[in-house]
Design a protein around this ligand. Structure first.
Ligand SMILES: [Zn+2]
Ligand SMILES: [Zn+2]
Length: 135
């Protein structure tokens, strides 16, 4: 058993796994999440500042829920965050559909070519697979 301080309230608690917050803070965050989820369902055009003001949460917390794909907004919602790769506006998750596809393709491509060397530099200089980087 491990005793740690809760990152939110500073209280000592028995740490098991996951985020370093105590049980009561975890429950409070979960209750908040349900509240925000209900709020977003009832206020489809609410922006992040609206959500923060009416539910009393931090914008950072709301964005984290969006990144975790726990909070999903309607297509006509003004709430948008940016893709972590190209910066395009998206409504949930971390990457836009295009980058998601590119990342998945990149991973499977690398897995298929164990003979192409372990580094990206080797891959780029590989003669039978010319890459053009005209992004
Ligand atoms: Zn706590
Ligand atoms: Zn993107």
């Amino acid at each position: 058993m491990e005793i740690r301080n809760c990152r939110k309230c500073g209280k000592m608690f028995n740490y098991i796994t996951g985020p370093q917050v105590c049980q009561s803070c975890k429950e409070a965050a979960e209750k908040k999440f349900q509240e925000v989820k209900d709020y977003v369902r009832d206020h489809k055009t609410a922006s992040i500042p609206d959500i923060c003001k009416d539910c009393g949460v931090e914008p950072k917390q709301v964005q984290q829920w969006i990144r975790e794909e726990r909070l999903i907004f309607a297509d006509d919602s003004p709430v948008k965050i940016s893709c972590e790769i190209c910066g395009k506006q998206i409504s949930t998750g971390r990457y836009c559909a295009q980058c998601k596809r590119d990342t998945a393709a990149g991973i499977s491509e690398a897995a298929k070519r164990p003979d192409s060397g372990s580094s990206k530099m080797n891959l780029a200089s590989n003669s039978h697979k010319m890459h053009t980087f005209n992004n």
